[in-house]
Design a protein around this ligand. Structure first.
Ligand SMILES: C[S@@+](CC[C@H](N)C(=O)[O-])C[C@H]1O[C@@H](n2cnc3c(N)ncnc32)[C@H](O)[C@@H]1O
Length: 530
């Protein structure tokens, strides 16, 4: 899943505690379960195992904190250091491990002989199997595919090095029965993982079936992790148990060097409520999210957002009716990707219908146009919004992604620095932030990065406009109420970012939000409490 994972266990009476979870590197599921009643694991025919809360959780509460079972390069990744995963493709500064011959960032790489890096046992196997002979540095595409087999090999090595972890891992969902009927997927795993491990490296002790199962487990259960330009995947012993929801109630972060995962509640979660994360990108339409989930996680999402043609009133996939120009064109059956789309302006529209296929062709074409836009081109983005004003709903996911970019570009891009913005452009930044916040409040509610970033962005135009206007046209009471609004934005942003690593972009935004809060407090000293 994208920045998520899940896990297994037949019993429905399992639970974990925050204190136990954070106290031991080597705990297993049962250790967690025995000690603290944060969640239970239940089983359903449709979803398999899933987690429910045992208590009232508040936003920010830790649900679990655990070390990975295994980490390493993603399938399809670029060439990277086998120890610390630093990207190496565009770097001339790399060496080959003097034992196994695989690329490393340096002889002093911090991941050498480390549990979650290039271990001695991995190095010995890659050396004795003469695996480096297949690393042809003149054919990058082929070279990259060698990395696909690294994490599967690490999983297989657990059989001897950590049998309990291996046993745990092998209970995870593989979806082999579906995956083996998708030739493109199965053959790619066969060629780049199974044949690599068994034929090229000669490790025949591992069966084809078990290697395919590990490929499935990794695809279905691993989290995308990594900080500071590192993009890798990790399997976690418990977090994989969280089921998917297109409006999730948790968020998670992974620590930079240890790769420990912390899952927190992002909203209030009541006892008995499912603990969820989104395996798909929330800023997409139902059709796109469901397509991703079916192709990558092998299930059909039926959540309340997917089942509602308006997507809980966010209209993330809605078109503007070309006939009546005011109605919304929505799916007649959102849980059926083939269903027609119709204008819902009943009585006022002469009637408009489009097939799902045509609707997708249209949005794919517009999406392609968007992809070709320079990501810092403010005018290009505003022109895009204007061009599709009568085609896409204002909160269609393509418009939302443009507005999210604009919310950050106004005030930061060259020629658009915050102090240089005219009052009109400051008002535009504010308007965009307010518009997208309404949607994020629905699809990414609570303590989420998207809300944190947007709240922080929103405070800036509010503050600059106020500083420019307060001497000329602002009464004392208006001043106080405007400062109160800014204070609220900053306080919430700063709270959300307090859970982020300090050196991450969000962590740094948190520091900036705190600094800005101090300045606002100075105003409070003059004006009295807001
Ligand atoms: C990471 S696993 C979650 C743990 C898994 N249920 C188990 O028992 O091991 C992800 C898989 O769980 C199932 N799943 C998770 N969320 C679901 C949902 N909302 N609807 C249907 N199936 C879901 C799907 O089979 C999916 O591929």
């Amino acid at each position: 899943m994208s920045r998520h994972s899940r896990r297994k266990s037949k019993s429905s009476k399992r639970r974990s505690s925050q204190s136990t979870a954070s106290s031991s590197e080597n705990m297993d599921l049962l250790d967690i379960i025995d000690d603290g009643p944060i969640f239970d694991v239940k089983t359903s025919k449709v979803m398999g195992r899933y987690m429910i809360s045992r208590k009232n959780l508040k936003p920010g509460d830790i649900i679990l904190n655990e070390a990975p079972i295994v980490v390493g390069p993603c399938a399809g990744c670029k060439v990277q250091c086998l120890g610390c995963y630093k990207p190496l493709e565009s770097s001339t500064l790399y060496i080959k491990c003097k034992e196994c011959g695989w690329p490393l960032c340096s002889t002093k790489c911090k991941g050498l002989r480390k549990k979650y890096g290039h271990t001695e046992i991995e190095c010995a196997i890659l050396k004795t199997t003469k695996s480096a002979q297949f690393l042809n540095y003149h054919e990058m595409e082929k070279l990259r595919t060698n990395f696909n087999a690294i994490v599967p090999l690490r999983c297989l090595l657990l059989k001897d090095t950590d049998p309990k972890a291996y046993e745990n891992l092998m209970t995870m969902e593989t979806h082999n029965e579906i995956r083996r009927n998708i030739p493109e997927l199965w053959n790619s795993d066969q060629n780049t993982v199974v044949n690599r491990i068994r034929n090229d490296w000669g490790l025949k002790e591992y069966t084809e079936e078990e290697i395919h199962s590990i490929c499935g487990i990794l695809e279905v259960n691993s989290f995308e992790i990594g900080q500071q330009g590192i993009n890798i995947r990790g399997l976690y012993p418990t977090a994989f148990l969280m089921s998917h929801d297109c409006v999730p109630n948790t968020n998670h972060i992974d620590e930079e060097n240890t790769f420990r995962l912390t899952v927190r509640a992002s909203t209030r979660i009541a006892p008995g409520q499912m603990i969820t994360l989104s395996y798909a990108y929330t800023l997409q339409s139902t059709l796109k999210r469901r397509e991703h989930l079916l192709e990558n996680k092998f299930f059909e999402c039926q959540c309340s957002r997917c089942a509602d043609p308006t997507e809980l009133g966010t209209y993330s996939g809605a078109l503007i009716c070309p006939k009546c120009r005011t109605g919304c064109v929505l799916s007649t059956d959102p849980l059926n990707a083939e269903a027609d789309w119709k204008c819902t302006n009943v009585g006022k529209c002469p009637g408009y219908k489009i097939t799902s296929r045509s609707m997708q062709l249209l949005t794919d074409k517009i999406s392609q146009e968007l992809e070709n836009l320079d990501c810092s081109d403010i005018i290009g983005m505003e022109t895009f919004l204007e061009k599709y004003r009568n085609v896409l709903h204002p909160t269609h996911y393509l418009n939302l992604s443009v507005k999210l970019s604009l919310s950050q570009l106004y005030g930061r891009a060259n020629g658009y620095l915050i102090d240089e913005l005219s009052e009109d452009l400051l008002a535009r930044k504010q308007e965009i932030c307010e518009e997208i916040m309404k949607i994020f409040n629905i699809i990414e509610p609570g303590y989420t990065r998207l809300r944190g970033v947007t709240l922080y962005e929103m405070h800036a135009p509010l503050m600059i406009l106020l500083t420019r206007q307060f001497e000329t046209h602002c009464t004392k009471s208006e001043l106080r109420s405007r400062l109160k609004k800014i204070l609220k934005c900053l306080e919430e942003a700063s709270l959300i970012f307090s859970y982020e690593p300090e050196n991450s972009p969000e962590g740094m935004m948190g520091v900036a939000a705190k600094d800005a809060l101090v300045k606002i407090k100075d105003w409070e000293k003059i004006l009295g409490k807001f």
